[in-house]
Design a protein around this ligand. Sequence first.
Ligand code: ATP
Ligand code: MG
Length: 392
Amino acid sequence: MEKIILIKYGELTTKKANRSLFINRIYENMKMSLEGYNVKIIKNRVRMFIETGNENIDEIVDIVKNIFGIHSIVIAYKVKTNIDTINSSVLDIASSIEFNTFKVETDRADKSFPINSMEFSRQIGGLILKNIPNKKVDVHNPDYLMKIEIRDDYTYIYSKEIKALGGYPVGVAGKGLLMLSGGIDSPVAGYMAMKRGIKLECIYFESPPHTSVAAKNKVKTLVSKLNAYQPNIKLHVINFTKIQESIYKNIDSTYMITIMRRMMYRIAEKVLRERDCYVLINGESVGQVASQTLTSMQVINNVTNIPVIRPVACLDKLEIIDIAKKIDTYETSILPYEDCCTIFLPKHPVINPELEKAIKYENSFDYLTLIEEAVSSKETITIKKDYNKFDI
Ligand code: ATP
Ligand code: MG
């Protein structure tokens, strides 16, 4: 019997006008995620089907589970919509499964099918009771729930529904630029942004030789982990060394982090404009460190009018860690490689910086030229699905 993967859409069912846009996006994302697999994907307004020729089904389900915009996935038997065929298939399927009690639920999407859903469930229940010994119906808590979806030419018979991630398909919201460090928070922020349909590009600031190739590879590995949700992700690597050294040389140590972050935002905004992104995304979390107090955020954010999305702003560290573990970035994030934020870390960073002071300090060096230089010499790498072997 042919097994297929049946996809139920998520929240998009409520978005009437955008429906086909959403479905097309899921379809395109799925094609990209399943590149290399010999599958046929069929879409309609209520369902998507993946025909696999009964090959690699579990593997494919594991990939598809991570595509945002999908509510749930089932592995279903696909049979012709014909009462005799359905009857014999039901018996084959039920005989291959261990259970004592069962229930049948029918969904007759094809109203030209001559028997209504309730009646058909009753008939199928009777058929199982009559042909397979020692089975009982239990409508409240059955061991085995057999679902039958009758649609035009084909009928789908399945049991377990695998919950997917929901959210909006990546890309429907447009593009955002994720400030990705090697830490725990920013990959989680990226994941949460993708969940709302934002397609990511990433920006990473490095300061060689103060930061190592291993630190950069760690960031690449994190991007490759995010590939589970978006198969191709562009990573823009910015050489931040000169700016950081100038800050170190010229700026009162208490304001070094404030100014450094203002520089990061300025550069990120320029890259965002070049790359047609609409928002910046980062892993700032209120109160976590000196640069993430509300006053710091205000002084730092002051350099740009671009909306900054901070998905983990109001999460506790433990909540962030839970998500990091779930998306498999945690183990990479905790590897002990230096970040450009940590190498010149002052002993006493200002907790409540003043905007005027920040402006005065940063005007002590020609940062505009350095920013231009950093942006124009950026290195862009596209990190693709399965490209996850980086030496760290
Ligand atoms: P994370 O765990 O994500 O590193 P953090 O708690 O260490 O965050 P900070 O180092 O203050 O916090 O950085 C706050 C945010 O700024 C990060 O979540 C990230 O979005 C961005 N950021 C920090 N360092 C870098 C970097 N080297 N490259 C790109 N973005 C960075
Ligand atoms: Mg960090």
